[in-house]
Design a binder for this molecule. Structure first.
Ligand code: FES
Length: 275
C-alpha cells in the first residue's frame, strides 16, 4: 500500500477520418444508399459493406463515417458491426475462403477439410496470410447442404469439396490463377468487389452461370415426373396487412441513460426491437 494518490490517465478517442478523396467517393455512394430507405439509420447494413469495400474490413474510420452520415452514435454502429459475422474486424485476404463446418457439411467431411486446410495455409479462423491473398473462416450452414461439403470464396460456392480439392483451390488462388465457382458468375471477384455488391451496387453478373444445380431441383423434377402440383390458394384465407408506407414509419423514442431500452416494453417481446 502507498499513500501516493492514485492518478488516472484520461484518454479521449480521436475520431478517425478518411482522406478527402476517399471520403468524397464514400459520401457519394452513401447518399445513394441512404436514399433507398425511409429513415437514414435503416441504411446501416449496406453502409457497413460499403466501408468494407474500401478498407477491406471494418475500421474505426468506417464506423465513424457511418455514424456521422446516419445520425447515430459510433457505439450503435459498433454494436451492429460486431453482431454480424460478415463484417470483419481484422484484415481480410483478397480471397476470403469459408469452410462450412455445420452439421451436414461436417459429417460429409467439412471438419476434416477445415483442419487440413488451416494447417496447409498456416492461418486460423478469421486470419489472413501474411501476403494478404487469402483468409480463412469456419462458416455455419450456407443453405447449400445438397452440395455438402461446401466451401465459399468471397461468398461464391465451391461444391462437393474434399481436402485435396480445398488445398488445390487455395494454392491456385494464391498463385493468381482464376478458379471458377461451381455455380453462379463466370469469374471470381475480389473481397472488396464482393463487399461493394453487398452494399447494393450490382456488378451486372448476378444472372451469370448456373443458379440452382440439379441437386437443388431434384424435388421439382420428381414432382413433375409424378404429376404433383401445389394445393390451390385458399381464397378465404386472411390476407396479410398492407405494407407500411414510408410516411407511417416513426422514430423510436430516445434511449434514456440508466433506463431500460424500450422504456416500458416487457423483456422478451418483439416491441422495442431496433431501438
Ligand atoms: S451444413 Fe454446410 S451448407 Fe448446410
Amino acid at each position: 500500500m502507498t499513500d501516493e494518490p492514485t492518478t488516472y490517465q484520461i484518454t479521449t478517442r480521436v475520431t478517425a477520418e478518411y482522406d478527402p478523396e476517399v471520403r468524397a467517393g464514400l459520401e457519394h455512394d452513401a447518399k445513394e444508399i441512404i436514399a433507398r430507405y425511409p429513415k437514414p439509420r435503416s441504411a446501416l447494413l449496406p453502409m457497413l459493406h460499403l466501408v468494407q469495400s474500401v478498407d477491406g474490413h471494418i475500421t474505426q474510420a468506417g464506423i465513424d463515417f457511418c455514424a456521422e452520415l446516419l445520425g447515430i452514435t459510433s457505439a450503435q454502429v459498433t454494436g451492429v458491426a460486431t453482431f454480424y459475422t460478415q463484417y470483419k474486424h481484422r484484415p481480410v485476404g483478397e480471397y476470403h475462403v469459408g469452410v462450412c463446418i455445420n452439421t451436414l457439411c461436417a459429417v460429409m467431411g467439412g471438419d476434416q477439410i477445415w483442419r487440413e486446410l488451416s494447417e496447409h495455409v498456416g492461418v486460423g479462423h478469421d486470419e489472413a496470410t501474411p501476403d494478404g491473398t487469402v483468409s480463412l473462416e469456419r462458416i455455419e450452414c450456407n443453405a447449400a447442404c445438397d452440395f455438402a461439403p461446401v466451401m465459399t470464396v468471397n461468398w461464391e460456392f465451391y461444391d462437393n469439396m474434399t481436402p485435396e480439392k480445398a488445398r488445390a483451390l487455395v494454392d491456385d488462388l494464391r498463385s493468381g490463377k482464376q478458379v471458377l465457382p461451381s455455380r453462379g458468375p463466370d469469374s471470381l471477384c475480389t473481397w472488396k468487389e464482393a463487399s461493394r455488391v453487398l452494399a447494393g451496387f450490382p456488378d451486372g453478373r448476378a444472372h451469370e452461370g448456373v443458379q440452382a444445380g440439379p441437386e437443388s431441383l431434384r424435388g421439382l423434377a420428381l414432382a413433375k415426373e409424378r404429376g404433383w402440383t401445389a394445393p390451390p390458394v385458399d381464397a378465404d384465407r386472411e390476407q396479410p396487412h398492407e405494407p407500411v408506407k414510408p410516411g407511417e414509419v416513426s422514430d423510436p423514442p430516445p434511449n434514456e441513460p440508466g433506463k431500460p431500452i424500450g422504456g416500458e416494453v416487457k423483456p422478451g417481446t418483439q416491441e422495442g426491437r431496433n431501438q
